[in-house]
Design a protein around this ligand. Structure first.
Ligand SMILES: NC(=O)c1ccc[n+]([C@@H]2O[C@H](COP(=O)([O-])OP(=O)(O)OC[C@H]3O[C@@H](n4cnc5c(N)ncnc54)[C@H](OP(=O)(O)O)[C@@H]3O)[C@@H](O)[C@H]2O)c1
Length: 260
């Protein structure tokens, strides 16, 4: 049987690495993207050890050329694209609205919002043909405001709406936005080490407590949830914002052997 082919952005570390390795375990072939070539190569090698055929495309996903190269590489090597996981993301600027530079807001939106749009546009012909899937990695910050995170909150809210509009326009494709909860990655380290200057103390302390109390989820565990969604998310969920702890996703994941 032909393996499904999945494009994953931000795959060099953190949640993206967890998603890539889980997809490899589930039998997918991969085209992985990030900017750090050494880290990306290392993840690609780990995925190959699990039996996947893996290509890497190094570059900034906020650039149209990177998105084009990802789709072209998938076509050249595999001749198909079954799913896209838009995972690459940045939290910066961690700054109040009054203090953050407008250029930093634009940079956040370029990576978090424009990047997914660019990649979906490139992959759409294949996704339509294969009744493929798009998983956009969103955040609780899409629906809940966090002081000091203005650009990120606005980008993730935009990502949810992009997902919803995509689902309406592209009825052959299943597109979902996913809320992963708090995951033990570099992004959480950034919030703990740099968040105090932007967030009120009680908000910042909450993130310190997540770590102290061991409440951050392992990226491998959340990665498995995303991998299943990329391969099998039901079409009736298209356009939705799915949180890992909510029904019906929770029962659906349990049926696939994932404890939530
Ligand atoms: N961690 C959490 O608690 C949490 C909670 C909610 C949502 N999320 C979301 O989960 C996703 C993954 O975050 P994470 O926690 O794993 O963060 P992370 O550890 O900081 O990893 C971010 C990933 O994105 C890549 N990346 C950043 N800018 C990029 C660009 N311009 N082009 C291509 N790749 C880029 C990074 O690789 P390079 O530096 O090599 O490019 C890295 O692989 C993000 O969308 C984030 O918003 C995370």
């Amino acid at each position: 049987m032909t393996s499904p082919v999945v494009l994953v952005t931000g795959a060099s570390r953190g949640l993206g690495r967890g998603i890539a390795l889980a997809l490899a375990e589930l039998g997918a072939d991969l085209v992985l993207n990030a900017r750090n070539v050494a880290q990306l190569r290392a993840v690609a090698e780990e995925a190959r050890q699990k039996g996947a055929t893996v290509e890497i495309v190094v570059g900034d996903i906020g650039e149209a050329d990177t998105a084009r190269r990802l789709a072209q590489q998938a076509q050249a090597t595999f001749g198909r694209i079954d799913a896209v996981v838009n995972n690459a993301g940045i939290i910066q600027p961690l700054a109040r609205i009054a203090q953050a530079e407008p250029e930093a807001w634009l940079e956040n939106w370029r990576v978090n919002l424009l990047g997914p749009v660019l990649l979906v546009r490139e992959a759409l012909p294949e996704l339509r043909a294969r009744r493929g899937r798009v998983v956009n990695i969103s955040s609780g910050a899409a629906v809940r405001p966090f002081p000091g995170w203005g650009a990120y909150c606005a980008a993730k809210a935009g990502l949810n709406q992009f997902t919803a509009v995509l689902a309406l326009e592209e009825t052959q494709v299943t597109a979902v936005a996913f809320r992963p909860g708090v995951v033990d990655t570099d992004m959480q380290t950034e919030i703990r080490t740099q968040g105090a200057r932007a967030m009120p103390p009680e908000w910042h302390r909450r993130f310190l407590r997540y770590k102290e109390e061991g409440r951050l989820r392992p990226p491998e565990e959340i990665g498995r949830m995303v991998a299943w969604l990329a391969l099998e998310a039901p079409h009736e969920w298209s356009g939705g914002f799915l949180a890992y702890y909510e029904e019906p996703l929770r029962s659906w994941l349990r049926e696939r052997g994932i404890a939530v």
